[in-house]
Design a protein around this ligand. Structure first.
Ligand code: SF4
Ligand code: FE
Length: 482
């Protein structure tokens, strides 16, 4: 039996020599692990392993599936406390990395697939749940990274999957054989795709009878034949190639999104967890997004870093005691804790599913994610306000190191005399990185569109608000008869 992965370093080694087909900027990447643009995203995932070693209370949990402690990202929740603990771990990792550490997608995918397979079996007499649990036990034992692949390219948004001009716009089953199925299509902007060991393919929208072939959930190893990955660019990602590390802003960590092309990929039956049960596609999407929308408390951890950076920038400028500066920092904390409050409350309000695991409250989860689509932008605005314009006009690390230009910059870009110009530059570059640069991808645009764009949450908030109950409360107090 292969040795399980334990530390961040073990994890990084486990990604080597996989012979993946990965394109980045028009070139095939020979070894993603050693690619300087990709490596910071791998480091962010490695932090999820090291945290489980350093703080097992926070990032590990006892799994009754394998009867042993497992990484919390692979744990099926066994209590409401387990759901709450996920959020605490996510905030911590946001604080440690300042970006998207990519592993929550898999955590939310396994928890939703766990209960949906149970429900399908109850309705159809299938055996998906046992299959799924057997596969998951191996993932837990090996401590693998699981990705969740939900978002299809979608083509013409006004048409169902089976009505598209090109039938491959949503992932579908193209062949059923004695030993398994063959699937084709693509999944767009998949978080941590090539940093995973396996991913779970899931449907992305409500499906009808005609879409039966699109109702497929299955597990696929990242190195399966027929897979191609096209790496997504991130703003300022090539700063890391310029030499030095100051201009990168956060030279250690970044997120990762890639497009996955599935060109007739074979999946053996033991890894198929839904095939044709179209009426459960919407259930799976709703459960997954409910978990994932409150997972976005990760951004409150990233917000902690940004607030700290804004406070440091003010301090280095010598303005930290001005009342409007203090007030802006209070405002930033208020917004950030509001994000956290919605998510952690959703987790505390968890209920037990028929399959036995625990699921967070959907209304509060959608409120959390909806706040995440707005507040990081306001937090970013306030951080830029406190940083000042130098954040975007500052010369490069190379200029600071130049024998002629360097001393000039040192002299004129000094803030408070007891703070080094370099430290001032470093903190401004971090704010730039998080609000305009590479990690603004994770902090801003991923906050807006990840786990569903704002309108998706508004639909669910509308659906889950129980307006009839609210109206009858009002009628009762106003003395209006039913
Ligand atoms: Fe986790 Fe947040 Fe990244 Fe989603 S955006 S995978 S919740 S860190
Ligand atoms: Fe995401």
């Amino acid at each position: 039996m292969a040795e399980p992965i334990r530390t961040g370093d073990d994890y990084i080694e486990s990604l080597r020599n996989r012979n993946l087909t990965v394109f980045l900027m028009g070139e095939k990447v020979a070894e993603p692990v050693d690619h300087p643009v990709i490596r910071p995203s791998i480091n962010a995932l490695a932090a999820t392993y090291d945290l489980a070693v350093d703080q097992p209370d926070l990032a590990a949990a006892d799994s009754s599936i394998v009867d042993a402690p497992v990484n919390r990202f692979l744990h099926v929740t066994e209590s409401a406390d387990d759901v709450v603990a996920q959020n605490k771990m996510q905030r911590k990792l946001g604080q440690l990395t300042g970006t998207c550490f990519q592993r929550c997608v898999g955590m939310d995918a396994i928890n939703s697939t766990f209960s949906v397979t149970f429900d399908i079996d109850a309705e159809h007499g299938t055996a998906y749940h046992q299959r799924f649990t057997t596969w998951l036990a191996e993932m837990q034992r090996m401590n693998f990274v699981i990705g969740g692949a939900m978002t299809d390219p979608k083509g013409d948004r006004s048409k169902a999957p089976s009505e598209q001009a090109d039938p491959d716009m949503y992932v579908r089953v193209t062949e059923r054989r004695g030993d398994g199925i063959v699937i084709r299509g693509a999944k767009a902007h998949q978080t941590g795709a090539i940093n995973s060991h396996w991913f779970i393919v899931m449907p992305t929208i409500r499906l009808g009878e005609a879409d039966r072939d699109y109702a497929v959930t299955c597990a696929v190893p990242v190195e399966a034949p027929g897979l191609t990955y096209i790496y997504g660019r991130q703003s300022c990602d090539t700063r890391i190639l310029d030499g030095g590390e100051i201009d990168a802003g956060n030279a250690l960590y970044s997120g990762q999104e890639a497009m996955i092309i599935l060109d007739d990929v074979f999946v053996p039956w033991e890894h198929v967890f839904m095939d044709g049960e179209f009426e459960f596609a919407a259930t799976l999407v709703e459960r997954f997004t409910s978990y994932h929308r409150r997972s976005y408390v990760c951004k409150s951890g990233v917000g902690d870093v940004l607030i700290g950076a804004a406070a440091l920038a003010a301090e280095y400028n010598g303005v930290e005691t001005a009342s409007h500066i203090k007030d802006k920092l209070v405002e930033m904390n208020h917004l950030n804790e509001t994000i956290y409050g919605g998510g952690i409350a959703a987790s505390h309000e968890s209920f037990q599913t028929d399959a036995g695991n625990w699921e967070n409250d959907a209304l509060l989860a959608n409120v959390c994610k909806h706040n995440v689509t707005r507040f990081p932008y306001e937090l970013g605005r306030l951080a830029q306000d406190l940083a000042g314009g130098l954040m975007v006009t500052m010369p490069s690390q190379q200029d600071f190191e130049h024998p002629e230009a360097g001393p000039i910059l040192e002299k004129y870009l000094q803030g408070r005399s007891d703070v080094s110009t370099e430290d001032r530059m470093r903190v401004l570059r971090l704010i730039e990185n998080m609000t305009l640069g590479r990690n603004a991808v994770g902090y801003l645009t991923e906050s807006l569109h990840g786990a569903g764009s704002p309108q998706a949450q508004r639909i669910l908030i509308g659906r889950q608000s129980d307006m009839n109950k609210k109206k009858s409360l009002a009628k009762k107090l106003a003395g209006i008869g039913e």
